[in-house]
Design a protein around this ligand. Structure first.
Ligand SMILES: *Cc1c(COP(=O)(O)O)cnc(C)c1O
Length: 486
């Protein structure tokens, strides 16, 4: 696997007019208010556009640079972005243009990755339930495939075209245990993912599966996502390394050429600090198994949340305020359609919320305990419970911070609420060689320099109807066809 930097870069039909930002750290928190004010002034947000998502383009570039820097001393690394964390074509194309590959989990994400311009050899397909057709297509394209289980390997045996360019791997579950959030923990004893390595006989079956298939050259593990501590992730990846060494010894040659380490770097949702960092992640690997980084095995990474979460936020309008049972409730347009995990699992997925006036200026008034509720028709549709915030009023805006991954980019169609628009923003200073020059300026000066580009248009009511079967409106009245009696 050649170094990603040496590979042909994906076609970039519209090269960015903006050079990469300087090495000055990107101050994400300081940008929220100027971006919000500008969005209100330009009408991206308003009474009839009551919510929108925003992607910090300079921040995304900064995060990618941090990832590359942390692995700079490792000879052979392909960094892929887990598409599910922000499955928006312009965001994927930005990442492709930054030299990333893409991890996809099914035909929809594969299609988005190809549309975004990722070369097939920089795409990794990981889903746990690939159909034969999906496998055949991936193998024909030359997309890397990680089989989830031994039965899937048998399908690959039958489907692999001679001379397929696909790098082929097997996902294993090192069963090192779970983290703080059960549904995010993929290395538990009973996880549905990969071959459960510590089950009786499983390790031997995996080794034999490799020895029988010389084309099987990659081992894959994704130990877990948010809530998994770094030492646990590192322990699982050390086990992955040791399995590769064992396979090579049994095969009597270097059969395993690369290790796919998955993603899972946790994100700090409590404030603007990026912690842990990619540097902390690499240090944890080095502490657990230094040989992981010595270049004997090429590496693949699949980070999602840590690349995008802090590079996006959601803004939503306050429609009404009311009191119920002695509690203040703000009825807003930030609900479970945009923050699904938070409304269903508020303890596991708390989000920082802050309050802004109608023009997008931060509210500084004394805190009052309030619920921040959404527009959906179910009682759990509350994004922040009993939260101390400046007193909200009709026409104010609430911002849900760190929602660039898995939130507004993964909307839920409940109640047929139209999906809001998503906009990428750049700070004016980032459009010129001066890089971060605008950081030190007062908000008012930075304000006029924020520029937007559309990422996803607000969904129209016509589109809502179309995806709800409008084309088949009469089907249940007149649309039945008699079974053919041939
Ligand atoms: C979800 C997922 C990732 C990305 O996880 P993050 O926590 O977003 O970094 C990577 N690999 C696989 C196989 C996944 O399922």
């Amino acid at each position: 696997m050649p170094d990603p930097a040496d590979r042909p870069q994906p076609p970039s039909p519209s090269p960015s007019p903006f050079p990469s930002p300087s090495s000055a750290p990107h101050d994400r928190g300081a940008l929220v208010a100027p971006v919000l004010r500008r969005a209100v002034a330009e009408g991206l947000l308003g009474a009839d556009r009551p919510s929108a998502g925003f992607v910090d383009v300079g921040g995304v570039r900064d995060s990618v640079a941090g990832l590359r820097a942390a692995f700079a001393h490792v000879p052979d690394v392909l960094h892929t972005f887990a598409a599910k964390a922000c499955a928006l074509v312009p965001v994927l194309r930005l990442l492709a243009g930054s030299g990333m590959g893409c991890e996809v989990a099914g035909p929809g994400e594969l299609r988005l990755a190809l549309d975004a311009g990722f070369a097939p050899e920089r795409i990794v397909l990981d889903s746990p339930a690939k159909t034969r057709t999906e496998l055949a297509q991936a193998l024909a394209l030359g997309v890397a495939v990680n089989a989830d289980n031994l039965a899937e390997l048998e399908r690959v045996d039958a489907l692999r075209p001679p001379g397929s360019a696909s790098v082929l791997g097997l996902r294993v579950n090192p069963q090192v245990g779970g983290g703080a959030i059960g549904p995010m923990s993929t290395a538990t004893a009973h996880s549905k993912f990969g071959v459960a390595l510590r089950d009786p006989g499983a390790r031997e079956r995996v080794v034999e599966a490799f020895v029988r298939r010389p084309w099987l050259t990659r081992l894959h593990a994704h130990v877990g996502s948010q809530g998994c501590p770094l030492p646990l992730i590192a322990e699982g990846l050390a086990a992955l390394h040791d399995l590769a060494v064992e396979i090579d010894a049994r095969a009597g040659r270097r059969q395993v050429t690369s290790l796919d380490l998955g993603g899972g770097l946790p994100v700090n949702f409590a404030d603007d600090t990026v912690t842990p960092t990619y540097g902390d992640y690499v240090a944890a690997l080095a502490a657990a198994r230094p040989e992981l980084l010595d270049g004997r095995y090429g590496l693949v990474t699949e980070f999602g949340r840590s690349l995008l979460a802090k590079n996006g936020f959601l803004a939503a309008r306050v429609e009404y305020v009311k009191d119920a049972g002695g509690r203040r409730i703000a009825l807003t347009h930030a609900g479970g359609h945009l923050a699904t995990r938070t409304v269903f699992m508020p303890e596991s997925w708390p989000l920082r919320v802050s309050a802004y006036g109608p023009d997008g200026t931060p509210k500084e008034t004394a805190p009052l305990r309030q619920d921040v509720a959404g527009p959906l028709c179910f009682a759990g549709d509350v994004v922040a419970h009993d939260r101390a915030l400046p007193e909200l009023a009709e026409g104010d805006w609430v911002v849900l911070h760190d929602t660039g991954a898995y939130y507004f980019s993964a909307p839920w169609a409940y109640n047929s609420v139209p999906r809001p628009g998503v906009y990428g923003f750049l700070r004016g200073g980032e459009t010129a060689d001066t890089g971060a020059a605008a950081v030190g300026k007062a908000d008012g000066e930075v304000d006029g320099e924020v520029v937007f580009a559309p990422v996803r248009a607000p969904q129209s009511l016509r589109e809502v109807a179309a995806e709800s079967g409008l084309a088949h409106a009469d089907a249940l009245l007149t649309g039945f066809t008699a079974p053919s009696r041939t």
